[in-house]
Design a protein around this ligand. Structure first.
Ligand SMILES: *[C@@H]1O[C@H](CO)[C@@H](O)[C@H](O)[C@H]1NC(C)=O
Ligand SMILES: *[C@@H]1O[C@H](CO)[C@@H](O)[C@H](O)[C@H]1NC(C)=O
Length: 319
């Protein structure tokens, strides 16, 4: 019998039949254990290796997340940070919540928070551009997903690859539709590959002086960068050097859930009940009444402080 197994004959010419059997069972067992270990490890790898993980999920605001004592509402940016952190963890991604360090505490969404060295002081909404640029410069992540603090990943069952797989080195930045406002793209959420750093700089370098400290801030700069027609109307994305660098997921909405595969849910300024929706979503994880529990969870969320004006100086110096 052993003659059909030349290797057994060569390496163990004196083995008895039972010893040969034991060896075969041993080899079989070894292979089974190996398969078990391999499949165990493969469940630890995120299900989306095609986009070249690692991925960093980034949020940024001049307001740090915090958990107030009972009687006071938990701010929405705390809830969105907890939800997005949870999403990042479940998909094997890094997470960072950046808190801007302005020279003076902002009193409204139009207060100056970061300064463009040539174009002047700008409101917090703009500062995501130097912030993400800095994340790309200092971290090794191949991809970043940025969300405004009023946006969440809607469901942990929809993987980041749903968006990231659309990116290429030549189209390194992606957006979802800006419907129902217009046919453009929304600046409140975007996903990038490393190659998007120069696009972010071009966006930051747009001159829209009236919008530095007024709605819709960097959204208008993006409209201007991509389009040749009047912003806020149905425009074609018609500025080829930049419009050709973006992925636009035109069929993907963000303000209304219409598709079970929709990844992002954004709070609109017009629909206050969306806050309630986000609160409900968190209440499925743990009660918002359990303030000590929330603080313990928030303690795990990586929060970094950033002087976005200092980053803007570096961006300006980059050739
Ligand atoms: C833009 O086009 C969409 C249809 O694609 C329409 O629903 C919307 O009303 C239009 N908006 C404006 C401002 O013309
Ligand atoms: C942030 O950086 C700018 C530019 O380097 C500097 O003028 C400013 O004082 C810094 N602000 C803080 C709070 O460190």
């Amino acid at each position: 019998m052993s003659s059909t197994y030349p290797y057994t004959r060569v390496f163990a010419p004196t083995l008895s039949v039972t010893e040969t059997h034991r060896r075969r069972w041993g080899v079989l067992l070894f292979v089974l254990v190996l398969l078990g270990v391999v499949s165990l490890f493969s469940t630890m790898i995120p299900d989306n290796p095609s986009y070249g993980a690692p991925l960093t999920v980034v949020m940024a605001d001049s307001r740090a997340p915090h958990v107030p004592n009972e009687g006071e509402d938990v701010p929405y940016w705390t809830i969105t940070a907890l939800l997005n952190y949870q999403y990042a963890r479940e998909h094997g991604a890094d997470f960072v919540y950046i808190v801007y360090q302005p020279d003076h505490p902002p009193t409204s969404s139009n207060s100056p928070v970061c300064t463009h060295p040539r174009l002047g002081a700008r409101a917090a909404s703009w500062c995501k551009l130097p912030a993400v640029w800095e994340v790309l410069r200092t971290r090794s992540s191949q991809n970043v997903m940025f969300l405004d603090t009023d946006a969440i990943f809607r469901s942990t069952t929809v993987a980041p690859s749903r968006h990231l797989d659309h990116l290429t080195p030549f189209r390194p930045i992606g957006f979802v539709s800006n419907q129902p406002w217009n046919d453009g793209v929304c600046a409140g959420y975007f996903f990038v590959r490393r190659e998007a750093a120069s696009f972010l700089k071009a966006w930051w370098d747009q001159e829209v002086p009236r919008k530095n400290l007024h709605r819709l801030w960097e959204q208008e700069a993006l409209d201007k960068l991509l389009a040749t027609s009047v912003p806020h109307h149905n425009q074609s994305l018609a500025n080829p050097p930049y419009a050709d660098q973006i992925v636009k997921l035109a069929s993907e909405r963000q303000f209304k859930v219409e598709d079970p595969q929709q990844l992002i849910l954004h709070i609109t300024s017009e629909e206050a009940n969306r806050y309630a929706l986000i609160r409900d979503r968190w209440d499925q994880v743990t009660s918002l009444k359990d303030r000590d529990g929330l603080r313990a969870l928030l303690d795990q969320v990586p929060i970094v402080r950033m002087n976005a004006s200092a980053v803007a100086v570096m961006m300006e110096e980059e050739v």
